[in-house]
Design a protein around this ligand. Structure first.
Ligand SMILES: Nc1ncnc2c1ncn2[C@@H]1O[C@H](COP(=O)(O)OP(=O)(O)OP(=O)(O)O)[C@@H](O)[C@H]1O
Ligand code: SF4
Ligand SMILES: [Mg+2]
Length: 384
């Protein structure tokens, strides 16, 4: 697959230059007592510096496995990788664990959904940051302590010197998530994978954290992969989107193109399941019927066929491959929707809805910026 992205819409700085990350036909298989599970199947994409790629898909579609496969952090005794992951021109899949470990945290970082699992509960957060800085950057104890406080300041933690002495349990969820971001950014990585980092946060804190990440990405020309269930976040914070289903990318496009004219019936259904302001009370949500498939026993043909409203005989016999139309919009479907010049699908409705959602998020962002600037209560969080 080729991804020839037009100029990014959500990054302040244009992504350019040689690819930071090139993933080609990456497949990840687990050997389990219940048989083989192919959690990622033939994944390909390219990420440039300053660019953010969003990854969406239902639970179990392989999003977290993708992030972990790129980093090579899955348990080696029962995980098999095939394909290629090139980071700044270096092939990662053939590196030893010791060689990869030198890149973890320094060049490649991942922030997970649950900050408590990333933080040592019995160590003060300043100490944890300083440990990382001494390990990765060889700083002295006093340098690392000062840098840890600067990092807490960078992620907009109020009163960072005092907070650096706190234990994780003494901080609110939002502050803890900021600490994990500070940890992930400590050694100035070139690639950050953020996996559902705002799922547990309220909308204001989530907006602050995403603003912060966007600013840091632009300042440092970092590449970012943003995994999220929240389509509003994906619509407003990413340049391109990969939609995953049953371990595969089933649609790939610029964010604008994907939301304006989704081509895969699964993408169309995902967008259609967003609650709308125009819904009257008790309007049923457009849920996607059925359940995600068992990755150990995928149906022949298209994995989405049992749930697809447009499935035909061919879908149950022949697996659709991901095909790029030459503009960077790729879809794995025998009967795609919303093709240019086709009356199949209703993409313009989605475009209008996304524009509205984008405007709403921008309004919220502005409100937060004003609160931060004025120190009003909206900018403050709980914690110590
Ligand atoms: N270490 C592992 N060993 C065996 N199977 C695994 C392992 N990690 C993940 N899987 C399986 O791989 C599939 C994809 O899991 P993954 O965690 O990537 O899903 P996800 O898209 O991130 O879902 P969610 O939205 O719930 O986070 C699931 O079927 C999961 O059970
Ligand atoms: S290939 Fe067929 S079953 Fe699969 S998504 Fe397309 S129309 Fe639906
Ligand atoms: Mg996950």
């Amino acid at each position: 697959m080729t991804t020839t992205s037009p100029p990014p819409s959500n990054s302040a700085s244009a992504s350019s230059g040689a690819p930071l990350l090139e993933v080609t036909n990456l497949s990840t298989t687990f050997t389990t007592p219940r048989g083989l599970i192919r959690a990622n199947d033939s994944i390909s994409f390219t990420l440039r510096r300053g660019e953010t790629i969003g990854v969406v898909g239902e639970t179990g579609s392989g999003k977290t496995v993708l992030g972990r496969s790129i980093l090579g952090v899955l348990p080696s005794r029962y995980t098999t990788y095939t394909g290629s992951v090139r980071f700044q021109g270096t092939e990662l899949t053939t590196q030893s664990r010791a060689e990869l470990a030198k890149l973890w945290g320094s060049e490649l970082s991942m922030v997970m959904q649950n900050p408590m699992t990333a933080l040592a509960p019995a160590r003060r957060i300043g100490q944890q940051l300083a440990d990382g800085l001494r390990h990765h950057l060889g700083m002295s104890r006093s340098e690392a302590k000062a840098e840890a406080i600067r990092l807490l300041y960078d992620v907009r933690i109020p009163d960072p010197e005092r907070r650096s002495k706190a234990f994780p349990y003494q901080l609110s969820g939002g502050l803890r998530q900021r600490v994990t971001i500070a940890l992930a950014l400590a050694a100035n990585p070139s690639l950050l994978i953020a996996d559902e980092i705002t799922t547990a946060l309220d909308v204001t804190v989530a907006a602050q954290i995403l603003d912060l990440l966007g600013r840091i990405r632009d300042e440092r020309a970092m590449g970012m992969i943003l995994v999220s269930h929240d389509l509003g976040v994906i619509a407003t914070r990413t340049d391109a989107v990969k939609v995953m289903y049953a371990g595969r990318i089933v649609e790939s496009a610029t964010t604008r193109a994907l939301f304006a004219s989704p081509r895969h019936p699964y993408t169309e259904a995902l967008l259609g399941s967003i609650p709308r302001h125009s819904h009257t009370p008790h309007t049923p949500l457009n849920a996607i019927p059925g359940a995600p498939p068992n990755l150990g026993r995928l149906p022949v043909g298209c994995s989405f066929a049992p749930r697809c409203a447009y499935a035909q005989d061919r879908c149950r016999e022949e697996r659709p491959e991901l095909v790029d139309d030459g503009t960077g919009h790729a879809v794995a479907c025998h009967f795609p929707r919303n093709l240019p010049g086709s009356s199949v699908g209703a993409g313009t409705n989605e475009a209008v809805r996304v524009e509205n959602k984008t405007a709403k998020v921008c309004e919220e962002r502005n409100a937060v910026d004003v609160s931060v600037a004025t120190g009003s209560p909206a900018a403050r969080e709980g914690g110590t």
